[in-house]
Design a protein around this ligand. Structure first.
Ligand code: GAP
Length: 461
C-alpha cells in the first residue's frame, strides 16, 4: 500500500512550502536537478511564488521523456493478448477506500514538538529512544499519533462528512472495482490482466530527493487475475518481465537488485512481495513493487459493495475469486531512474562535457540538425532534412553558435544523434552523423537517413 520499506530521508528543517526535495548541496543530484531546470526537463511547481513543497512541473523535454516512458510501458504491458487497458476516475466512492483498508490503515506516525510546534515522522529522525525535534532540538514531544496520508476533499458545495471524497492514493482500486466490467466486455479468461496509467496523491510527511517521492505522482499499474494456487508462479514471471522492461529502457543491470519482503515487511494484503530496487545517489531504493495480493482486494470489495466478484471457469466448471499479482511502477520514479542512470560528467577542461545517455527510444529529441555555416545552400538543405525527419520524430534545428557548443547543448539534452550539413552535403547529399555516446562521426546518405535512424531508435538496449 505504501512503499514502506524505503529509507525515508528526514524532512529538511522548516521544509514547509518551498524546498528542493532535500537534495544535498554539491552532490551529483544537485547537478542533475540544475541540468533538469537548464534544459527544460523539470521545474519546481509555482516557482515564481517560491515553489510549493515537493511538487514539480515537467518542461518541454521532461514531458516528452515522460510520454516515451509511458508509451514503452503501454507497449510492453497492454499490447499483448492477455491484458486490457483502463482509465478509471481519480475520484471514487468513499467506500472504496474503506474496503481497501486505506481509511483505517494508510497512515504514518507523527510527533508534535511542544516547543516549536514542528511535526515530523519520529522513525525518520532516529531509531533509538533519544528522539528530538529536527528543527529546534527539543525533547518535549507528544506521543506519536497516526496521520492518514490520503488527501481529503468534498464533492459538491457542502463541506460535510457525507460529501467526503479522497484523491486516490493508488490507481489499483480503480481496476478492482472494474474487474467485472472488463471481464464481461472483453472476452478475457483467467489468467488475464488490466493495466492503467494515472495520477495518484499521497500527503507524504517526508517527501524528497527531487521527484523521487512527491505528493502528486503518476503510477503505471497492472493487476493480473489468476487462479488461486498459481499466484506464486505468476509473481516470479512478472518479476522477470518487469526487470527486463527496465533493461530495455537502457538501465544498467548492475544498478538494479531485487529485495524480497520478509514476512514482517509485507503489507496487510500481500502474501509475498518483491521490490525492484535501483541504486540512486542517495542509496538503494524501491523502483517498482511486484506483489501477490491474494484474493484480499476482490473479497474486500465483495463484502463492502454486496456484489459478487467471482469468476466461473468454463473448463474446470469451478467458481472462484481470482488471486491478483500486481506490478506497480511510478512514472516519475522511472523517469528519475533514466536521468540518474544516464547522467555522466566526462573529460576535463575544454574537453569536459555533461551527457544524458538516454536510450534513443526514450530520448525526448531523437536527432538535431545543424547547418555547418549559414550560407552556400547549407541552411536550406538542413531545413529540408529537418522537415523530412520531423514527420516521424521530435527533431531539433539549431543554427546558432559553434558546432562544438551545439553538440554540448544536445549532449545535455540527451539527444542521441547530431546531423551536420556541410559543404560536402550540398554536393553529395550526405550528412555527418555524430553519435552522442561514442562521439564517433559517420557519413550517411540523406536518402537513407530515415531508415538509419529508425534502426537505432527501435533497437533493443
Ligand atoms: N498499488 C500498490 C502501490 O501503490 P507502492 O509500493 O505504495 O504500491 C508503487 O507504490 C510505486 O509507486 C512505487 O514503487 C513508486 O514507484 C511509486 N510511488 C509510490 N509513492 C510515491 C511517491 N510519493 N512519489 C513518487 N512515486 C511514488
Amino acid at each position: 500500500m505504501t512503499d514502506s520499506t524505503e529509507t525515508r530521508t528526514p524532512a529538511a528543517p522548516a521544509a514547509a512550502l518551498s524546498d528542493w526535495g532535500n537534495v544535498a548541496a554539491g552532490g551529483v543530484m544537485e547537478r542533475l536537478v540544475s541540468l533538469c531546470k537548464r534544459r527544460g526537463y523539470v521545474f519546481q511547481s509555482s516557482e515564481i511564488y517560491g515553489g510549493i513543497g515537493s511538487t514539480w512541473d515537467y518542461g518541454p523535454l521532461g514531458v516528452e521523456l515522460k510520454r516515451n516512458i509511458k508509451d514503452a510501458w503501454w507497449q510492453a504491458m497492454v499490447r499483448r493478448d492477455d491484458i486490457e487497458g483502463l482509465d478509471a476516475a481519480i475520484l471514487m466512492h468513499p467506500k472504496v477506500w474503506e474496503a481497501s483498508g486505506h481509511v483505517a490503515g494508510f497512515t504514518d506516525p507523527l510527533v508534535d514538538c511542544r516547543n516549536c510546534k514542528h511535526r515530523f515522522r519520529p522513525d525518520a529522525i532516529a531509531e533509538d529512544a533519544e528522539v528530538k525535534c529536527p528543527r529546534c532540538g527539543s525533547r518535549d514531544l507528544s506521543e506519536p499519533r497516526q496521520f492518514n496520508l490520503m488527501f481529503k476533499t468534498w464533492m459538491g458545495p457542502v463541506e460535510e462528512e457525507a460529501a467526503i471524497a479522497y484523491l486516490r492514493p493508488e490507481t489499483a482500486q480503480g481496476i478492482y472495482v472494474n474487474f467485472l466490467n472488463v471481464l464481461n466486455s472483453s472476452r478475457q479468461k483467467v489468467p488475464f490482466g488490466i493495466a492503467q496509467i494515472g495520477k495518484a496523491f499521497r500527503n507524504e510527511i517526508t517527501p524528497g530527493n527531487f521527484i523521487f517521492r512527491t505528493r502528486e505522482f503518476e503510477q503505471m499499474e497492472m493487476q493480473y487475475f489468476v487462479k488461486p494456487g498459481s499466484d506464486m508462479e505468476w509473481l516470479e514471471y512478472w518479476l522477470g518481465e518487469r526487470r527486463q522492461w527496465y533493461r530495455g529502457l537502457g538501465i544498467r543491470e548492475a544498478k538494479m537488485q531485487i529485495h524480497r519482503h520478509e514476512p514482517a515487511e509485507l503489507a496487510h494484503y500481500a502474501a509475498a512481495a518483491y521490490d525492484l530496487q535501483y541504486e540512486f545517489p542517495f542509496g538503494w531504493q524501491e523502483l517498482e513493487g511486484i506483489h501477490d495480493r491474494t484474493d484480499f482486494d476482490l473479497k474486500a470489495h465483495e463484502t463492502h459493495s454486496g456484489k459478487k466478484l467471482s469468476y466461473f471457469d468454463e473448463e474446470s466448471k469451478e467458481r472462484f475469486v481470482p488471486f491478483i499479482v500486481e506490478t506497480s511502477a511510478g512514472v516519475d520514479r522511472s523517469l528519475l531512474t533514466c536521468l540518474v542512470d544516464g547522467f555522466r560528467e566526462e573529460g576535463q577542461g575544454k574537453e569536459a562535457r555533461t551527457v544524458l545517455m538516454l536510450h534513443p527510444r526514450i530520448a525526448p529529441i531523437k536527432a538535431a540538425v545543424f547547418p555547418l555555416v549559414n550560407r552556400d545552400g547549407m541552411p536550406e538543405l538542413a531545413r529540408e532534412v529537418y522537415h523530412a525527419l520531423h514527420r516521424h520524430w521530435n527533431v531539433f534545428f539549431d543554427d546558432g553558435g559553434s558546432i562544438g557548443r551545439r553538440y554540448r547543448r544536445q549532449d545535455e539534452a540527451g539527444t542521441p544523434f547530431c546531423l551536420t550539413v556541410d559543404g560536402e552535403s550540398v554536393a553529395e547529399r550526405t550528412v555527418t552523423v555524430r553519435d552522442r555516446d561514442s562521439m564517433r562521426q559517420d557519413r550517411v546518405a540523406i536518402d537513407r537517413l530515415e531508415e538509419w535512424l529508425a534502426e537505432r531508435i527501435e533497437a533493443p538496449a
